[in-house]
Design a protein around this ligand. Structure first.
Ligand code: F6R
Length: 256
């Protein structure tokens, strides 16, 4: 990492809104309310979606609301943040399978409106370019949902990723592979590389909602909110965005 690309705290940072929830359920409900009201305002909204454990409760809430109140996703477009390299869409551990199981199969979204990077593209550089163009052709992301890694990653932008990055292939850190191993039979099965939207793609979203739950995220949130803006903590870049809301539970906010 060259020194020039490492931003330090000598930047003007924006006010991040923080919604403090008592637990995971409340976090999921609050996030769902926000997304539902955004869809009501703009039925053809472009949603940026995340995978992982954090948004599962949110997706459950959206499914329940769809069943009870009929919120429709017919005109909604989605772009997911990332996919594991080497996993075909039909692999049970792919993020495509995750999204189908956790959300897409249970709402009225048009699957042709959903987008996830292709982890088995023969040319990953071409695939990255295609994904950047796709986001652009949709007019950019209106509302991006993010989780946060224990090391402060967003998407799979691991510490040290340039803030100027767009969609790219990245080697996952051992801590990220270990954190994600519970979804696989063993650590060995967790892919070593992923293709992810870059920090710049995420920052181009009009609005960002970051969700966090549990004490394992507390240190990363503390650094995000009170630490330096630095590429060593990718999520800290969010302090340079003017429309970010963090919805997190007490445990994740225990140092704030
Ligand atoms: C997932 C993603 C990651 C996760 C992060 C937290 O699409 O981009 O940044 O949001 O690794 O994962 P969980 O929610 O499993 O703690």
């Amino acid at each position: 990492m060259n020194k020039q690309s490492t931003l330090t705290k000598k930047v003007n940072t924006m006010q991040i809104k923080i919604i403090r929830c008592k637990d995971y359920d409340e976090m999921s409900k609050k996030a769902a309310q926000k997304i539902i009201s955004s869809i009501e305002k703009k039925p053809n909204i472009v949603l940026g979606l995340a995978t992982g454990s954090t948004p599962i409760g949110l997706y459950k809430e959206l499914i329940q609301d769809h069943k009870l109140h009929g919120t429709s996703y017919k005109h909604v477009y989605t772009v997911n943040l990332d996919e594991y390299v080497g996993l075909a869409p039909e692999d049970k551990n792919s993020y495509f399978s995750f999204m189908k199981k956790q959300l897409f199969d249970k709402i009225d979204i048009n699957l042709t409106h959903t987008n996830i990077p292709n982890g088995i593209a023969p040319d990953l550089e071409e695939e990255s370019k295609r994904y950047n163009q796709l986001i652009e052709s949709l007019g950019g992301v209106d509302l991006q949902i993010l989780g946060i890694g224990q090391n402060g990653h967003i998407g799979f932008n691991e510490p040290g990723t340039p803030f100027t990055s767009t969609t790219h292939t990245i080697q996952l850190t051992e801590s990220t592979r270990t954190a994600n191993a519970s979804h696989f039979n063993s650590l060995d099965e967790v892919p070593t590389y992923a293709i992810t939207m870059g920090v710049q793609n995420i920052m181009s979203s009009k609005e960002i909602l970051l969700l966090a739950s549990g004490s394992s995220k507390a240190k990363a949130l503390q650094q995000l909110i009170n630490g330096e803006v630095t590429e060593e903590l990718p999520a800290s870049v969010l302090r340079l965005h003017d429309n970010v809301t963090i919805i997190a539970d007490e445990e994740a906010l225990k140092y704030i």
